[in-house]
Design a protein around this ligand. Structure first.
Ligand SMILES: C[S@@+](CC[C@H](N)C(=O)[O-])C[C@H]1O[C@@H](n2cnc3c(N)ncnc32)[C@H](O)[C@@H]1O
Length: 176
């Protein structure tokens, strides 16, 4: 898919804990919504190894904008469906900040950037049901949630277009 969309951009398969990239070869290394899958004890030294001095490591995540009423209500429905306490933090803080802090060896600047998009209800539901929380609970429980959730969403967005709002938590560190 990447090659089809951006044929002129080179692509390699990699792992943040063990990057297939030469030492001091990069000006910019970024993880979009994926740093939390790495082991910072390994991924931070790897980032420091592959970046040139003055190069930047950028980490970011889309967090649910919990001050938007329908998003707060949906988050509560997800938590009730799976019998959990609050599973997502708002405003891009919390877990991700803690993850970055655990890196210890880098000094991160932080920014929060809010953005929105309008997508068909089916696209929205396909996206949320790809989250690991849904995957680990299996297809049947996901399908039950999605059926009920479609009805909730169409009550708020009768034209079938969901306005999603996200708060990007952006962390940026410069390699000394
Ligand atoms: C939520 S997806 C984000 C995908 C894409 N960056 C985006 O923002 O749409 C999380 C990604 O983390 C990747 N991932 C998992 N373990 C990883 C690791 N150890 N190093 C780097 N990426 C990893 C997965 O392959 C997956 O594509």
């Amino acid at each position: 898919q990447f090659r089809r969309g951006l044929p002129e951009v080179p692509i390699v398969r990699g792992d943040g804990n063990h990057l297939p990239l030469a030492t001091a070869s990069l000006d910019f290394l970024t993880y979009a919504q994926s740093w939390h899958w790495t082991d910072p004890d390994r991924s931070i030294p790897e980032a420091l190894r592959v970046l040139r001095p003055g190069g930047a490591l950028a980490l970011w995540w889309n967090a649910a904008a919990l001050d938007v009423p329908w998003i707060d209500a949906q988050t509560s429905r997800i938590e009730r469906h799976f019998g959990l306490g609050r599973v997502v933090g708002g405003n891009g803080d919390g877990t991700h900040e803690a993850l970055a802090a655990s890196a210890g060896r880098l000094d991160f600047d932080r920014r929060h950037i809010r953005w929105t998009r309008r997508v068909p209800v089916g696209t929205h539901l396909a996206n949320i049901s790809s989250h690991s929380l849904f995957l680990v609970h299996g297809e049947e429980r996901t399908a039950a949630f999605v059926d009920a959730e479609r009805r909730h969403l169409l009550a708020v967005f009768p034209d079938g277009m969901v306005e999603e709002t996200y708060d990007v938590g952006l962390l940026l560190a410069i390699r000394p």
